[in-house]
Design a protein around this ligand. Structure first.
Ligand SMILES: Cc1ncc(COP(=O)(O)O)c(C=O)c1O
Length: 454
């Protein structure tokens, strides 16, 4: 009988994270000051970021040791299983193999704690007691609540209003782990008040929630701001996914030729894909595909440009694929894919031609999610369904071309607290949504004053 699930013992867990910045054929463009637009030094981050994490953002080292304390907590759910999706292969009539890495086995149910645990560890090591953050779908907020609780830190979470209303169970989960979670925009911060003055019913956005969490951290010496995606250190921590997968493929004697992940800020995609991007840089023939929603098409319809990481323009200017910092995406169910930009490292990879991007409508993604659930049993998070839709598209393309490459994708999280979204889809309440070109052009006008990426 064919192998269905590869579990490796703890001795197979990676003990180092992989930094793709050491191997990019040309260096990633630097970050810039949001006011002066000049290049910044790590000191810029001092008021709101733990400096151990800032050091990881700029390190030229290829391999970074994972501290024992972090590995100890990883062992609660790592190594995660690599599954052969033979049920999906049969259903699609695919002659090739499909594998997925199951990141939904962590306590909060997604890949997010791979970095949350590392960030909480370095934060307490830097002598900090309180933390703020933003969350979209609630996956990151719940992961950080789990992690900060492990290290005895206090946590306040600004949750994007639309998801706060759609996903009460994620808030409850955060509260179970001792965090305080409020819907953003709030009246508590200047950034929140400014948005509410313009639109009292604002559904919120990740850009707004980041501004609120940042503002609170900047005004309190004992508080720092942690974020769940986009920055180099987050992507670095997530590489445990791809590194572990490589060892599992080695044990299997197989080798993926197509690697797929969904991308909101880019962290789970990068975590699964970057160790394979290294192989591609070294000359191997691998297609690496990031999947995003058509309603927030940062990579497929945005521009590669410097832009603010947040709506209030506090965070540095990032060189990234962006739709503009005041872009507010439609309130789709994949709350974690609603960020206006893409991680600078992923954007650089796209710009260098190492990574491709594809966009999927939410109807198509839920269809893919049900196909997967019926073939493999697992119910994916709405974000993860974008990766599943990309896998199905890759299978169709390979079948048309008469090829059967081994496909590997990252199953970033389960959808067991997202069943309302499945219900909305199955009862016909979801509609197709094509983002009007005028809206993209309007939002991109906000970039006119900002520097271009050289
Ligand atoms: C399950 C899941 N997958 C993917 C994402 C997208 O984030 P990222 O692109 O940082 O992996 C999220 C974000 O909340 C998520 O919860």
């Amino acid at each position: 009988m064919a192998v269905k699930k590869i579990f490796l013992g703890e001795e197979f867990m990676p003990t180092q994270w992989y930094n793709l910045n050491a191997d990019f054929p040309s260096p990633m463009p630097p970050l810039r000051d949001p006011v002066t637009q000049k290049l910044i030094t790590p000191d810029f981050f001092k008021p709101w970021s733990p400096m151990s994490l800032v050091a990881q953002d700029v390190t030229p080292e290829r391999w970074i040791d994972i501290p024992e304390e972090v590995l100890g907590i990883y062992k609660i759910w790592r190594p995660t299983p690599l599954y052969r999706a033979d049920g999906l292969e049969r259903l699609l009539g695919y002659a090739g193999k499909i594998y997925f890495k199951h990141e939904g086995v962590s306590p909060p149910g997604s890949h997010k704690p791979n970095t949350a645990v590392a960030q909480a560890y370095f934060t307490q090591k830097d002598g900090i007691r309180r933390v703020t953050t933003e969350t979209g779908a609630g996956q990151w907020g719940s992961a950080l609540a789990f992690a900060t609780q492990q290290f005895g830190l206090e946590l306040k979470v600004y949750m994007v209003r639309v998801s706060y209303d759609q996903k009460p169970y994620r808030r409850m989960m955060m509260e179970c782990w001792g965090a305080d979670c409020v819907p953003s925009p709030t009246e508590e911060t200047a950034a929140g008040r400014e948005i509410l003055a313009k639109d009292p019913n604002s559904p919120g956005s990740l850009g707004i929630a980041i501004s609120e969490a940042l503002e609170v951290a900047m005004n309190d010496r004992d508080t720092r701001y942690l974020l769940g995606s986009v920055t180099n250190h987050v992507l670095l921590h997530q590489t445990v996914i791809g590194l572990e997968a490589k060892k599992q493929f080695e044990a299997l004697g197989d080798d993926p030729k197509v690697v797929i992940g969904c991308a909101g800020g880019g962290s789970n995609f990068a975590g699964a894909a970057f160790p394979f991007v290294a192989d591609k840089i070294a000359g191997q023939d691998i297609r690496i595909i990031a999947a995003e929603p058509t309603s927030c098409p940062t990579m497929t319809r945005g521009v590669y440009h410097y832009d603010f990481g947040d709506t209030a323009r506090t965070a540095p200017l990032l060189p990234m694929h962006t739709l503009g910092h005041d872009f507010v995406p439609a309130p789709i169910h994949a709350g974690g894919l609603r960020y206006h930009g893409m991680a600078p490292m992923v954007s650089h990879g796209i710009n260098l031609g190492l990574i491709e991007a594809q966009a999927f409508d939410q109807i198509e993604t839920f269809e893919a999610g049900l196909t997967f659930a019926r073939a493999e049993g697992f119910l994916s998070a709405p974000e993860t369904n974008h990766a599943v839709a990309a896998v199905i598209a890759a299978v169709k393309r390979s079948q048309e071309e008469g090829r059967k490459p081994t496909i590997f994708f990252n199953w970033s999280g389960h959808g067991l607290v997202d069943l309302a979204a499945y219900d909305a889809y199955m009862s016909g309440k979801l509609t197709r949504y094509a983002l009007p070109q005028e809206e993209i052009e309007r939002a991109l006008r906000a970039l006119e004053e900002l520097p271009k990426v050289a």
